[in-house]
Design a protein around this ligand. Structure first.
Ligand SMILES: NC(=O)c1ccc[n+]([C@@H]2O[C@H](COP(=O)([O-])OP(=O)(O)OC[C@H]3O[C@@H](n4cnc5c(N)ncnc54)[C@H](O)[C@@H]3O)[C@@H](O)[C@H]2O)c1
Length: 351
């Protein structure tokens, strides 16, 4: 069983690409996925190599987990199955709690019933666990509260320091930034981390937690309206539509290309943690939403994006991370620039 992996949610955007990478490297790969209709359009083909065993099953359903583990005892489990709609999670908390939290505990209970302890569990966690993250005003580092509706109506976009001093966001780092989730999705991702940490420690096995920034690229669901600003902007730009950029255009994100994320996960699988590791996976390059919009509009010959001053309650202002710890722990480094990555995405959508 040395080179075998079970990927839950492995028919999705990240999982299907990872499955291919693992098969190429000689792994015996199985996927457990419920083929959620919000992610997989009706009649869409599942992009998995022919040697991958696909178990169509629900991680929240104990008999489904038992059935998979009866037939496949993987050396490693990569846990990707999740509800991922950040905004949606505020009104559909139970659905997110059920899949992300109970789905994780069901998987672990099924492992206990089967008597199988994998060599390592790998979790795709999220930068969302940081919420607004740490900011600095002068020499003072602080963790801002989520921006209030009144603050956003007044167009005060940046979180403010204790004396309303100007402040700037610090790059999040699993080593030192305290997670402070501000939506249900984020809270469930942090719960997954805690649950897996407790189980793996109790079973003397290994855990790798990779907190992913905003992943984009070919293979991303174009029908799921709840995820993916890059995919949305790319589609509109190809239609030569003008992009609306929210707030003052200076919301910051780290957009990381799918292949770089897959290499990060692959590196964590190839060199298991000892006994656990928590790292941030991103491009390491902060980008404003306005810069992203301009890049896509220019590539497609679409009109200049318009900064409209609208906002969404609950959006964090800035998300960026320190990738140095991941680079040294995993011997990994991102290779794709935003320009190359968006070009690959546009080519894929345009096909
Ligand atoms: N894409 C990103 O930007 C990003 C960022 C941070 C973290 N993540 C995490 O990475 C993981 C994979 O994300 P993705 O972008 O590939 O999402 P995705 O929606 O493309 O894939 C998730 C897969 O999980 C499956 N699934 C959903 N509920 C399930 C259930 N109950 N049982 C079994 N399978 C189920 C879906 O059918 C889908 O194929 C998730 O855990 C997500 O939280 C993604």
């Amino acid at each position: 069983m040395s080179k075998s992996a079970l990927i839950t949610g492995g028919a999705g955007f990240i999982g299907s690409r990872l499955a291919r990478r693992l098969v190429e490297a000689g792994y015996d790969v199985a996927v457990m996925d419920v083929l959620h209709p919000q992610v997989h359009a009706e009649n869409a083909t599942i992009q998995l190599p022919s040697t991958v065993r696909l178990f169509t099953g629900d991680v929240t359903h104990a008999p489904d987990c038992d059935a998979v583990l009866r037939l496949f005892k993987p050396a490693q489990i990569v846990h990707l199955a999740a509800e991922t709609g950040t905004a949606q999670s505020l009104s559909e908390a139970t659905r997110h709690g059920s899949v992300n939290v109970v789905g994780t505990t069901q998987l672990l209970d099924a492992l206990s019933r089967s008597g199988h302890v994998p060599d390592q569990l790998v979790l795709a966690s999220s930068r969302a666990v940081y919420g607004e993250g740490a900011w600095q005003a002068g020499t003072h580092v602080f963790y801002p509260q989520p921006r209030s509706h009144a603050q956003l109506v007044a167009g005060i976009w940046d979180p403010q320091g204790p004396n309303r001093d100007p402040a700037f966001p610090l790059a999040s780092s699993a080593i030192q930034t305290v997670p402070r989730p501000t939506n249900i999705y984020a809270a469930t991702k942090l719960a997954q981390e805690h649950i897996l940490a407790a189980w793996t420690a109790a079973h003397d096995t290994k855990l790798s937690v990779l907190r992913l920034q905003n992943v984009y690229g070919p293979g991303q669901s174009l029908t799921n309206s709840y995820t993916g600003i890059v995919a949305l902007f790319a589609r509109l730009s190809l239609q030569k539509q003008s992009l609306e950029v929210y707030e003052d255009g200076r919301i910051v994100r780290d957009f990381v290309f799918i292949d770089d994320v897959v290499e990060g996960l692959f590196s964590a699988i190839e060199a298991p943690a000892d006994p656990s590791r928590y790292v941030d996976i991103g491009s390491g390059v902060p980008t404003t939403i306005h810069e992203l919009a301009q890049q896509l509009a220019t590539s497609c010959g679409a009109p200049e994006p318009v900064v409209v001053g609208k906002f969404r309650d609950g959006d964090v202002r800035a998300a960026r991370c320190d990738i140095e710890p991941a680079m040294s722990a995993l011997g990994w480094r991102p290779k794709w620039s935003l320009e190359e990555g968006t070009r690959a995405l546009l080519d894929w959508i345009g096909k």
